[in-house]
Design a protein around this ligand. Structure first.
Ligand SMILES: O=C(O)CCC(=O)C(=O)O
Ligand SMILES: [Mn+2]
Length: 198
């Protein structure tokens, strides 16, 4: 699988294509139709704000996760997502990276106005130096990265349909990322595979 190194240190790689166009497009339609997409509200300064996207938290029963101040109990694995998880694990194993994902956060952006703000996936449940693998389906949008110590300018990782972005050890510690609103129409679904410590 063709893989491009976006950053050597910390390692940030993009693999595309991952599944091949027909399978990726079919998977996008299946996930869109068959998952129970949620739009929870977050409490900010005493007011409830619905998040600007939809999401599903899925995984092994013990993979309970705190995200943006809320606890999420995982939904059981959808068979198509479980297959994708295994394929991502194999793709990573071929590059010499062993990982044991037990959960995934699926994000659904209906259009370019839907988004995710600046953050690092550095919750304590993810352990020290987590590796996160993000599969993108649908509209190509940039994931913007910025260094916490501002050592270098912010940059975009464009995530095409049917791609896999691997954020290796150190990425969450040293950078933040965001999916900013853009005038890019079309549905996009991302799956960010993680390992939550029990
Ligand atoms: O949608 C994306 O590509 C980013 C998702 C993300 O950062 C996350 O799930 O933590
Ligand atoms: Mn993230």
């Amino acid at each position: 699988m063709p893989t491009e190194t976006l950053l050597p240190d910390p390692p940030l790689w993009l693999t595309t294509p991952l599944l091949g166009e027909p399978v990726a497009t079919r998977l996008l339609a299946i996930l869109d139709a068959e998952l129970s997409w949620q739009r929870p509200s977050l409490r900010l300064y005493g007011r409830e704000h619905p998040i600007p996207r939809c999401q599903v938290w899925m995984g092994d029963p013990e993979a309970c996760y705190r995200y943006s101040g809320r606890d999420f109990l995982p939904e059981p694995w959808h068979p198509a997502v479980a297959e994708l998880r295994d394929l991502v694990i194999i793709a990573l194993a071929m590059t010499g990276t062993e990982c044991h994902f037990n959960s995934v956060l699926l994000n659904r952006y209906a259009g370019g106005e839907e988004r995710m703000g600046w953050h690092s996936d550095d919750e304590p449940e993810l352990g020290q130096d987590p590796l996160i693998a993000a599969v993108s389906l649908g509209a190509e949008r940039p994931l913007r990265f910025r260094w916490k110590d501002r050592r270098a300018p912010a940059f975009n990782a464009w995530l095409p349909h049917d791609s896999l972005l691997v954020m290796g050890p150190g990425t969450q510690e040293r950078l933040q990322h965001a999916l900013l609103p853009r005038r890019i129409p079309g549905l996009r679904i991302s799956l960010t595979f993680r390992r939550v410590q029990g």
